[in-house]
Write a protein that binds this ligand. Structure first.
Ligand SMILES: *Cc1c(COP(=O)(O)O)cnc(C)c1O
Length: 413
């Protein structure tokens, strides 16, 4: 019997050994772990006995969060990192070599797009394609393609990748398929259902939700046959093959690169995760209502939200996701400065973060997508007037009222 996701999250900490009867995993801050005998210490070091040795590679609090994320994603294992970007970079550095080829969506989180540039400097080839159609990914595949990387719902324009089509293709070609599911969260979607090999999260966003911790994670769905992956070191080809990839990511990516999640942040993320499905349900309701309201405004030219029938991938989103998410973006008509819209909002906070309990909005082209320049913005379909809204869990009437008063102010101008 598979229990509901909230039930699984809430009771995850008592699946393993329970300390002092604690109903949740305590916060462990020790840097190092000591053992009674040299034999025991050696056994933990060599992986013959479970345990922790040094905090850079993990601690009991982070391990409990990793278990929680594995349960949410129906994964065989998870490794946490200090941030979502650390999870992305460390995973790729642990698995790629010079001369490898990566296919990624051209609609990527800005810093991930920037990281793809760095990868090319390190001697990897990167093809950025329109991943809303798996045919584009198929065309880009080469004999040296090691991985395909996509986001479920692209930030900020909300394009929905052809997740199932790409999954089928990667399975056929035995190519590693990495899905950044930050925007969907396990409350709405499990990438394992479409054949993802690895699932990535920025835990800083909705999974934490309270805007008080940074973190990232990579989970192995168990679907990829690591015995076919050419760059796994013999030291990590130990035990059953489903564990090999993650072991190399933990050793080469986490231990050697050192972007470790602090246990305090892990503890806060774990607390936030307990209410993820509740918060997402409310935020999705708010986002849908706001998207519909914005669509009817004469000063708004376009609204991008997968829950709207006008969205290019609405049918796909409906089929794949439990709900349409908490992120939307809109463009203003000629002559309406997006700064005036933002400055007229009183409740909504002007901020670059997303997936927060509070509603946050940002003018995209002049902030988070500024550094990449006009040409790349155009290729990513980022209009100059685009405003991204990360919808929170405020009472819906208060949120809509704030937008109403803002647009009233603007139309009086
Ligand atoms: C925020 C974000 C990241 C990076 O996560 P950080 O925790 O901020 O490093 C990666 N992917 C997506 C889709 C994001 O929204």
């Amino acid at each position: 019997m598979t229990r509901d996701i909230t039930t699984r999250i809430l009771h995850a900490d008592r699946l393993g050994p329970v300390e002092h009867g604690a109903v949740l995993k305590p916060l462990h801050i020790a840097t190092a772990y000591g053992y009674g005998t040299a034999e025991e210490l050696t056994a933990v070091f060599q992986g013959q006995q479970s345990g922790h040795v040094y905090g850079r590679q993990g601690n009991p609090t982070t391990a409990a969060l990793e278990t929680k994320i594995s349960l949410m994603e129906d994964a065989v294992g998870t490794v946490c990192f200090a941030t979502g970007m650390a999870a992305i970079c460390s995973t790729m550095m642990a698995l790629l070599k010079q001369g490898d080829h990566v296919v990624a969506s051209q609609y990527l989180f800005g810093n991930t797009a920037s990281w793809m540039n760095t990868l090319t400097q390190l001697g990897c080839e990167v093809s950025l394609v329109d991943a809303t159609d798996a045919a584009n990914v198929r065309q880009a595949l080469r004999p040296n393609t090691r991985m395909v990387f996509v986001e479920t719902v692209a930030n900020p324009r909300t394009q929905v990748a052809d997740l199932a089509g790409i999954g089928k293709l990667c399975t056929e070609r035995e190519v590693l398929y990495i899905v950044d599911s930050t925007m969907s969260t396990p409350a709405l979607f499990q990438p394992k259902a479409v054949g993802a090999s690895l699932v990535l999260h920025s835990l800083s966003k909705s999974i934490c939700g309270h805007g008080n911790a940074l973190g990232g994670s990579i989970s192995d769905t168990g679907l990829f046959d690591w015995s076919k992956y050419p760059h796994l070191l013999p030291a990590y080809r130990k035990g059953p093959a489903p564990g090999w990839g993650l072991l190399q990511i933990r050793k080469k990516g986490l231990r050697d690169m050192g972007a470790t999640l602090s246990s305090e942040h892990g503890h806060r993320i774990a607390a936030g995760a307990e209410t993820l499905p509740l918060r997402m349900a409310r935020a999705c309701d708010n986002a849908r209502a706001l998207a519909q309201w914005l669509q009817a405004q004469p000063l708004v030219s376009k609204v991008h939200y997968p829950g709207l029938a006008s969205h290019a991938q609405h049918a796909r989103a409906k089929e794949l996701f439990k709900d349409f998410g908490a992120l939307l973006a809109f463009e203003t008509v000629e002559g309406v400065d997006p700064f005036d819209v933002l400055n007229a909002l009183e409740l909504v906070i002007k901020s670059s973060h997303l997936g927060d309990n509070r509603t946050l909005a940002i003018p995209v082209a002049r902030t988070i997508f500024w550094e990449m320049g006009a040409e790349q913005r155009e290729s990513m379909d980022i209009a100059d007037s685009l405003i991204r809204v990360s919808v929170g869990i405020e009472a819906q009437a208060d949120l809509l009222d704030d937008f109403k008063q803002a647009f009233e102010k603007l139309s009086r101008k």
